[in-house]
Design a protein around this ligand. Structure first.
Ligand code: COA
Length: 268
């Protein structure tokens, strides 16, 4: 089941489905709307080869550096699908899309495509990737496969705020795996929207993460815009996965869609 939700926002619309992507859906992205594309990464050898042919020299070099074939294939599918998807919004061939990297490594569109105002962010975990696409503002997305981490408590105590550490420690043990990844993905989505990454501000952005509360930013690091200017959404892109989406706009409508052409055993 694919779901999304956030505090004080209307429920996001959900459209598309496996094999149901139309160019009209892709093109009808207005400011204030966010598309989140769910891609299952398992694919055929033939599709893998066709995606590989769309990658840049830099991407092929990066792919070649993976030690395990499985990781290389995953990288090719993630980045090939990102190109396919963006090419539908930009109406240019997937292979001609150029990217540039921000100070902390956030990729954005470069060249002529940058003038379209289209912005995106990518996240992947295990067998699934999420691509968020918006116009006119930055965006950050994260996804994680929910799993038991033996050092979750230690990580929370060490890297998150005191308030979060106390709340996490008081959670019933059975709720901690989901609580941890809810906390993690919400923070990371915000840190990816700003392009900061997770190196410095993990304990300075505070988010809700209890079962009872909807996704909400509680405090931001010094020097960042007003809390009320942001929207934060909880994403449940498939069984066993949790994610989040952050956008510096107060009024956002989210559409969750499945990227076509990927055999999709995970999402029912
Ligand atoms: C970005 C970051 C949060 C990604 O974490 P992750 O959980 O490993 O990966 P995710 O699946 O969530 O996202 C990966 C994607 O995010 C995007 N990304 C990379 N850096 C990003 C940044 N600073 N902000 C937003 N998005 C970023 C890329 O598309 C990346 O995909 P790729 O690795 O396949 O090319 C983490 O790598 C980070 O904090 N990087 C910044 C490092 C830094 O601060 N460097 C400073 C110079 S030393």
């Amino acid at each position: 089941m694919v779901k999304a939700g956030a505090n004080s926002h209307p429920p996001p619309t959900q459209s598309g489905g496996q094999g149901e992507t139309s160019t009209d859906q892709v093109k009808a992205l207005a400011p204030g709307m966010a598309d989140v594309w769910v891609t299952a990464l398992a694919t055929s050898q033939a599709n893998l080869e066709s995606l590989r042919r769309t990658l840049s020299v830099n991407e092929l070099e990066r792919a070649a550096r993976f030690h395990f074939e499985e990781h290389r294939a995953r990288y090719i599918v993630v980045h090939g699908c990102l190109r396919q998807l963006l090419s539908r919004y930009l109406s240019i061939p997937a292979s001609s899309i150029e990217f540039e990297l921000g100070t902390n490594g956030k990729p954005t569109l470069a060249g002529d495509a940058a003038r379209s105002g289209l912005q995106f962010n990518l996240a992947h975990s295990a067998d699934l990737s999420l691509t968020a696409v918006v116009t006119g503002s930055p965006v950050g997305v994260d996804v994680e496969q929910v799993r038991i981490l033996s050092d979750a408590n230690e990580l929370v105590q060490r890297f998150f705020s005191k308030r979060e550490a106390a709340e996490f420690a008081s959670m019933p043990e059975s709720q901690q795996p989901l609580g941890f990844f809810r906390l993690w993905t919400r923070k990371e989505a915000w840190l990816k929207a700003t392009g900061e990454g997770i190196a410095h501000l993990l304990d300075k952005v505070e988010v809700s993460f209890s079962t009872a509360e909807a996704a909400r930013l509680l405090s931001l690091p010094d020097g960042f815009p007003n809390l009320a200017d942001w929207s934060l959404f909880n994403l449940e892109p498939g069984p066993g996965y949790i994610g989040a989406l952050a956008i510096p706009r107060p009024d956002v409508k989210v559409r969750i869609q499945f990227w076509k052409d990927q055999p999709n055993a995970l999402l029912v």
